[in-house]
Design a protein around this ligand. Sequence first.
Ligand code: F6P
Length: 343
Amino acid sequence: MRIGILTGGGDCPGLNAVIRAIVRKGIDRFSDEFLGIMNGWAGLIDKSVKPIGKDHISGILPKGGTILGTSRTNPYKIDKGVDRVFETMKSEGLEALIAIGGEDTLGVANKLHKAGMSIIGVPKTIDNDLSGTDYTFGFDTATQIVTEAIDRLHTTAESHNRVMVVEVMGRHSGWIATIGGIAGGADCILIPEFPFSVEDVVELIKKRQARGRAYSIIVVAEGAKPKDIEQYMTKDKSLDAFGHVKLGGIGDFLAKEIEKRTGAETRMTNLGHVQRGGTPTAYDRVLGTRYGIRAIDMVHEGKFGRMAALQGNKIVDIPLSDAVGTLKTVDKEFFEVAKVFFG
Ligand code: F6P
């Protein structure tokens, strides 16, 4: 078969492991031909494609990012975008497409499937917020980076008797903050799922100070909101093609409030895109590999309109519509584990 592969949305470690697995098994077992679609949906709109053979995937397993490039292009927001996507599929003789992405990319894949495209999804996002799958690849690497950063911040916080506010990614879900925060021994974790009171955070720090703990580590997800502020803290007012604002600022806001109200010297570190870069962990390499293998099998089983997913220890497939309907957020019960260690 002649199959297209694209990676869309924010990049994440493990994308190349997925591409490698698809191409390796596809060529060796099924004699497939592959076309890499460059820069997400933009490649199908602009007909920016390149053949991918075994030479292209050699040595890419440990590399972060994606050899295909990525973008947040939305064909449904571009004049004749969807027509051009279908035209490229036809003119390039593509019989199927494997889209590797998060909520936005797979949301487009789901719509294109309904419009007649033979398409398979693979779940990717460092945010781990896709429904229907226990884990997305990239998340383990991101939480490893956050944990290591918190460990490093701990020693400097303790030496200087400072409060360290660590801002991490997570627009609507606080998985990175929660798992990274638990693993790093954070004294308080603030996530979008549960609006917080600045006063409670200040009280927590003051109680630690009274106990002789002059330093504190506060982990805050970029999408966390104080109870009395309706809006997300944003860098500017612009929206991307999927209607997302550029988040950022909650860490700075919190650090200023903490310093003002507790008198403790406070510093803010925004881990930003460091969380998405670099080499994937062994877990993400293996998870990405397993997803890639399942995706190419699904193409040959004709399981279109579906996504490879991890459930327990098994890789299964579920309808794309189940994955993109609602975000998988941190539940109260899980967050209770983190709360045991607050203060
Ligand atoms: O891909 C998800 C994500 O990493 C979010 O956690 C974050 O808000 C966003 O991407 C950042 O996007 P960009 O790379 O466009 O700045």
